[in-house]
Design a protein around this ligand. Structure first.
Ligand code: MN
Length: 212
């Protein structure tokens, strides 16, 4: 794209092979370099010459029901993938800590139970979509799943919230390594969750709720 834009295509925060063996290098190369890049390019095309060029991505999501499907699909595809990449890292710690750990325990009874419910949300998403851990406007954690490239920040979401963690369950996220075995990819995902990042998102989101 030659047009200057404030919407950046952020670099992948680690090497393509960093999440091996859980997420393989080829999948990451294609997923980031082809799929994510295409959503980004098409997002810029979809908002070109509109007021959305000067909005934040969250402002766009707040009124997404009024926009064409090309904006909805590509803005979501652009944002959701960046959020997904940043929520993973090589040798994820495996367990949340601190305030987030306490909040998850309170909302879901235990970390194990949370992982089970989040995994189910991903397994049960029919077709393509995402599983999410979110914070609602009362400060409570909840799990949900969205179809296609929708997300919980969009006004069309069944339940709106601030995303803290996401997992891509489109076939392109796992098919090269896991083929039809989505549950195996979901199990592997827990090995690369960047819990420090998720905890940071939680602690950033809490005060923004209090200001409302
Ligand atoms: Mn994807």
């Amino acid at each position: 794209m030659n047009t200057p834009t404030k919407f950046e295509f952020q670099p992948l925060p680690y090497a393509y092979d960093a999440l091996e063996p859980f997420i393989d290098k080829l999948t990451l190369e294609i997923h980031y370099g082809k799929h994510h890049k295409a959503y980004y390019n098409n997002f810029l095309i979809a908002i070109k010459g509109t007021g959305m060029e000067s909005m934040t991505i969250r402002e766009i999501f707040r009124n997404i029901s009024k926009e064409p499907m090309a904006v909805r699909n590509n803005s979501g595809g652009y944002y959701n993938h960046t959020f997904y990449w940043e929520g993973m890292k090589a040798s994820g710690s495996g367990m949340p800590t601190g305030k987030l750990s306490e909040a998850i325990g309170k909302a879901f009874t235990s970390i194990e139970e949370f992982k089970k419910q989040f995994s189910e949300a991903g397994k049960n998403r029919f077709g393509s979509g995402w599983a999410w851990l979110c914070l609602d406007d009362k400060g409570a954690l909840f799990i949900c799943s969205t179809p296609n490239q929708d997300n919980p920040l969009m006004d069309i979401a069944e339940k709106k919230g601030i995303p803290l963690l996401t997992m891509d369950v489109w076939e392109h996220a796992y098919y090269l390594k896991y083929q039809n075995k989505r549950p195996d990819y979901i199990e592997a995902f827990w090995n690369v969750v960047n819990w420090e990042e998720v905890a940071g998102r939680y602690e950033t989101a809490l005060p923004s709720l209090r200001k409302k």
